[in-house]
Design a protein around this ligand. Structure first.
Ligand code: ZN
Length: 149
């Protein structure tokens, strides 16, 4: 039964080496910068919101393979979703990382490969860094648009 673990390991390495959605967005709708001091992971997350949807999402920063692969997988999973849908996605991933939900592959996409991280509490923060950054980014976006009227 090592097959699935091997496949997941390959997927994580692939995202780490070839990061999807890497970089910054000029004129982003909202941006956050977060880090995980325990591991030294850093994440800059930008979203571009159009018609209530995440038209673009980019993650930049550095850190361990788990944190960087998770950021790459996040950009693929979240792009194109409306904001509530994106928050549902983040919450599902958070529950999976805490061992409180079975991973839904249709929702998570490649990020399903990170399910094994739940067994290593020290790495859970690495995996969650960029995903929780998206949650904060959406909150920031809603705050600024509410204030701007
Ligand atoms: Zn890390």
């Amino acid at each position: 039964m090592g097959g699935l673990d091997d496949l997941y390991q390959q997927l994580i390495l692939d995202h780490y080496r070839n990061r999807r959605g890497r970089g910054r967005i000029d004129g982003a709708s909202a941006s956050v910068h977060e880090n995980n001091p325990v591991c030294g992971d850093e994440c800059f997350l930008d979203i571009l919101v159009e018609d209530g949807r995440i038209a673009d999402i980019r993650a930049d920063g550095d850190g361990c393979s788990i944190s960087q692969a998770a950021a790459s997988m996040l950009t693929e999973a979240a792009r194109g979703r409306d904001l509530d849908d994106a928050l549902t996605l983040v919450e599902h991933f958070r529950l999976v990382m805490h061992g409180d939900a079975e991973p839904d592959e249709d929702l998570l996409g490649d990020a399903v490969a990170l399910e094994g991280v739940a067994r290593y509490p020290v790495r859970v923060k690495c995996a969650l860094l960029s995903w929780l950054a998206l949650r904060d980014c959406i909150a920031e976006y809603r705050e600024t648009t509410a204030m701007g009227g």
